[in-house]
Unconditional design. Structure first.
Length: 289
């Protein structure tokens, strides 16, 4: 039975992998977070791999406080870059196959067409740079897949969907930016995609190394997203569209981060849900809580 190590198991993606893993009994999952396994400590990781035989690593652990990263540069670099290097070093003898989760923040500049995997990177934030360095270390190993995603949300943890629902119930009016365009990603859909990649790799005895993009289907602004969240949640509130310069932040946000998903769909035969369908599923789960 193949054994899969999942780091960052208490985060949005790691938690959704835990939910879905119950349907994948052909694999043995080892779910860890910082309390169980400190991936920023090389000696700890070496000890772990001495006593555990790991076939695949899903590295879902990350420093994701985008604005705080502008001040906590070292911490962001340790978690998003150095920890990737440590995981690969510690697992080198076993040649564990490695899946690194990355972000649309590795891109920068002005774009108006979906971003494909070969597009030059140009991060405009500390967070984006730290994630890019993590990508580069992973790809140097020759046994890694990098999956970039955008606008991640879930019924678990802190995210835009839960924030809008909270504010929508507390306030009479919300202002949300409409000049940042992208696509949300339901963490459960991304988790399912990772497990589909795992299945593909096992069934075809082939690990298709490289960079892939994954998000839900569709294109929208944060304003559009907020409107749909409130509508599906039956929250009656005025939402006003505003320009990003009305909300200055320490870290610059990508103005356009629609990811081209053709490569991941064609390589692994994935079918990706439309963003409204996935948002509805998530809201229904939240409404039951």
């Amino acid at each position: 039975m193949k054994k899969i190590l999942v780091t960052g198991a208490k985060g949005q993606l790691g938690s959704e992998l835990q939910v879905l893993s119950k349907n994948y009994t052909q694999y043995q999952f080892v779910f860890t977070d910082v309390d169980e396994l400190d991936i920023t400590n090389l000696d700890t990781l070496k000890d772990f791999f001495l006593t555990n035989s790991i076939d695949y690593i899903f590295n879902c652990a990350a420093y994701t406080a985008v604005d705080k990263a502008e001040e906590e540069k070292d911490l962001a670099n340790v978690l998003n870059h150095q920890a990737v290097e440590y995981l690969l070093l510690a697992s080198e003898k076993q040649q564990s196959k490695f899946i690194q989760i990355s972000t649309d923040y590795v891109f920068g500049g002005v774009h108006n067409l979906p971003l494909h995997e070969d597009l030059p990177t140009n991060p405009e934030s500390v967070y984006g740079l730290s994630k890019l360095k993590g990508e580069q270390v992973a790809l140097e190993s020759k046994r890694a897949i990098v999956v970039r995603t955008s606008w991640l949300y879930s019924s678990i943890g802190h995210n835009f969907v839960k924030t809008i629902r909270k504010y929508g119930q507390e306030r009479k009016e919300l202002t949300v930016v409409f000049d940042q365009i992208g696509t949300p990603t339901y963490a459960r859909d991304l988790a399912k995609a990772l497990l589909d990649i795992l299945d593909y790799s096992e069934q075809n005895n082939s690990f298709e190394k490289g960079i892939y993009h994954f998000a839900n289907e569709g294109v929208l602004s944060w304003y559009d997203f907020a409107k749909e969240i409130c509508e599906l949640s039956n929250i009656n509130i005025d939402i006003l569209p505003v320009l990003s310069n009305k909300f200055p932040t320490p870290a610059k946000r990508p103005a356009y981060s629609v990811l081209d998903k053709n490569k991941i769909k064609q390589t692994f035969g994935l079918k990706i849900p439309y963003w409204k369908e996935s948002l509805k599923e998530c809201v229904e789960i939240l409404d039951q809580e």
